[in-house]
Design a protein around this ligand. Structure first.
Ligand code: PSU
Ligand code: MN
Length: 302
């Protein structure tokens, strides 16, 4: 087996105890230093407080790790040259001995391979605005269409074309439900402005959907649980709209493309909102991690 599992994660999975996968791109490329390391540790604590085991996932020296110790977490947060790895990059990183943080697509793939069913992140990647020109659509979507995992997220990143992304998820056959809401969340915002067809009310109900997915024997696709940031912790929608327009403009003018687009936009928003977008992002991620842990507990109860 190519995976390196931490002892804690291996024991929990072996005993059928709840485990939550956490991605590392948000640590290495989504959040500024030195917040990122503190947040990475805090998120693991949130999982533990809910009675589950955190499995932060990253590739170090060509080895995919499921569950990181303190020193490894520090490498992901602080090492220069940590790459950003989508699922297509995994074989390249493994064969060349590279180190990288894993995006939603790579994390979901490795988690499923390890037998972890529940995964928490901030916001999914998706279809970018200007898609007709750039064809930029995150690999997250395609991977989630063929991976049996439950992803708790605050919707998709608001820098994206949200309705196009929702349409794409429908076409790909990925199940989407709002958690306690009939509105699709907007990452920094509680409401993206678009509805969802289904609303789930508690972790037990999410676990019931997961069991139904398995019972129906359909294609191995994901379940997206879209959990809104609480309204009082969201980014001011007017500020969001104003700053985002400037960010998209700057991205275009600087000719940023490919993997660099999302980190560029997130970083631009942090600076131009004096950290308000960072606070909303963190509130969203914390809430998602807590809910994911509760879902993992309900799932493990069987
Ligand atoms: N959620 C966050 N911050 C992030 C990301 C998600 O709050 O930085 C990352 C995820 O790893 C996601 C990636 O998979 O951004 C999408 O990148 P791209 O658009 O290049 O596929
Ligand atoms: Mn992209």
């Amino acid at each position: 087996m190519v995976l390196v599992m931490s002892q804690e994660v291996r024991e929990a999975l072996g005993a059928g105890r709840p485990v939550v996968a956490l991605e590392s791109t948000i640590i290495a490329h989504g959040l500024p230093r030195p917040h990122n390391l503190r947040v990475a540790r805090e998120l693991e604590d949130v999982v533990r407080r809910e009675g589950a085991v955190p499995a932060t996932i990253a590739v170090l020296d060509g080895r995919p790790h499921i569950g990181l110790d303190g020193e490894q977490l520090e490498r992901v947060a602080n090492e220069d040259g940590i790459r950003k790895l989508g699922h297509r990059d995994l074989p390249l990183a493994v064969a060349t001995g590279a180190s990288g943080a894993t995006t939603v697509s790579a994390t979901a793939h490795l988690a499923a391979l390890a037998g972890i069913r529940v995964f928490a992140t901030g916001g999914l990647g998706g279809v970018h605005r200007q898609w007709t020109v750039t064809q930029d659509e995150s690999a997250d979507l395609g991977l989630l269409a063929r991976t049996r995992i439950t992803v708790v997220c605050a919707g998709v990143k608001s820098v994206l074309d949200v309705p196009a992304t929702l349409q794409r998820l429908e076409t790909l056959g990925v199940a989407v439900a709002g958690y306690g809401t009939g509105r699709f969340p907007g990452f920094y915002l509680s409401d993206s402005g678009y509805p969802v067809d289904w609303t789930l009310r508690d972790p037990e109900q999410v676990a019931d959907v997961m069991r139904a997915q398995d019972a129906l024997g359909a294609r191995e696709s994901a379940l997206i649980v879209a959990n809104p940031v609480p309204e009082k912790e969201q980014l001011d929608p007017a500020l969001h709209a104003r700053v985002l327009a400037g960010a998209l403009d700057a991205c275009d003018k600087k000719g940023i493309t490919g993997q660099a687009v999302t980190p560029f936009l997130l970083d631009h928003l942090v600076r131009e909102t004096d950290g308000a977008s960072l606070r909303a992002n963190l509130a969203a991620v914390r809430g998602n991690v807590r809910l994911a842990a509760r879902v993992a507990v309900a799932w493990a109860r069987g």
